[in-house]
Write a protein that binds this ligand. Structure first.
Ligand code: ARG
Length: 272
């Protein structure tokens, strides 16, 4: 199984915990959300992506954004392992227990962080393309100290990047590391030192405009070893840039989910 997805039956925008939700509040077309989710399901099936499913829970409308639930990694003897999130927002805190149960039932070794350390899971921690280290976002949903804990637990270095723009509250909204040279990046979301770290790491970054970034272009799903990108179809220029670099790009609209501040990448949890 490559990814875990949560069904959108209870998805909605009923509170505001990021700037996108202001306009989204009470405006979700639930039928359309289900249709978008189903179209994405069909695409995963066409592409042969093996996914697990969680039902979702009433009263947890953001649970569909599975990326925030945890970070999976391989333990020292190759064992499937997971660090469960500590959501910063009280509205989302109860999600963790449901995901934890799923991981337990599927044979994962479970790690937890001290309660005072916030952790947004793979929203804020991304693997470098070769999995040799991790990129970590901090400033909104994850504490800097959490990065050090993640290093201790996974044995992988975390390169810490400070997020400074509330529209880009999770790292997966403004960075997508793709290869040794290439990443999708929205530089303005980072402080200067972090921008420099990213520039030094990627010789061929695809830099996003404000518009492309707010349309969640970074929040695309990269099928790592297959040079396939699943995007929400709102940034044709970036799709072309990727095609020029040998990617096959699939568009799958996520308009309803954008109202909650999420898209393709965060609508799944990557599994090891
Ligand atoms: N409404 C959700 C929140 O604010 C959206 C989460 C999107 N997740 C992400 N990894 N970008 O928590």
């Amino acid at each position: 199984m490559e990814i875990l997805r949560t069904m959108p039956k209870h998805f909605d925008v009923v509170y505001v915990i990021n700037p996108y939700m202001e306009a989204g509040l009470g405006n979700v077309d639930k039928r359309k959300a289900q249709e978008e989710w189903d179209a994405l399901t069909r695409l995963y099936e066409e592409l042969g992506v093996d996914y697990g499913l969680l039902e979702g829970e009433e009263g947890l409308p953001d649970m569909v954004f599975a990326a925030n639930a945890a970070l999976t990694f391989k333990g020292p003897n190759g064992e499937k392992s997971v660090i469960i999130s500590n959501m910063e927002k009280k509205e989302r805190k109860p999600e963790s227990a449901h995901y934890e149960k799923w991981f337990r039932d599927h044979g994962y070794t479970i790690y937890k962080l001290p309660a005072h350390l916030s952790f947004s899971g793979t929203g804020d921690i991304l693997y470098h393309h070769d999995r040799s280290f991790l990129w970590g976002g901090f400033g909104f949903r994850t504490s800097l100290e959490t990065h050090r804990e993640v290093e201790r637990i996974t044995g992988l270095e975390v390169k810490s990047l400070r997020l400074i723009d509330p529209w880009f509250y999770d790292l997966d909204t403004c960075l997508a590391p793709l290869t040794e040279d290439t990443a999708l990046v929205y530089f303005k979301a980072f402080d200067e030192a972090s921008q420099e770290l990213i520039r030094n790491a990627f010789s061929d970054p695809i830099e996003l405009t404000d518009d492309e970034a707010r349309n969640f272009t970074c929040n695309s799903h990269h099928l790592r070893d297959r040079k396939i990108m699943i995007m929400n179809g709102r940034s044709p220029r970036v799709a072309e840039e990727l095609q020029r670099r040998g990617y096959t790009v699939h568009a799958s609209p996520t308009d309803e989910f954008l109202k909650a501040g999420g898209s393709v990448a965060c609508m799944k949890m990557a599994l090891v």
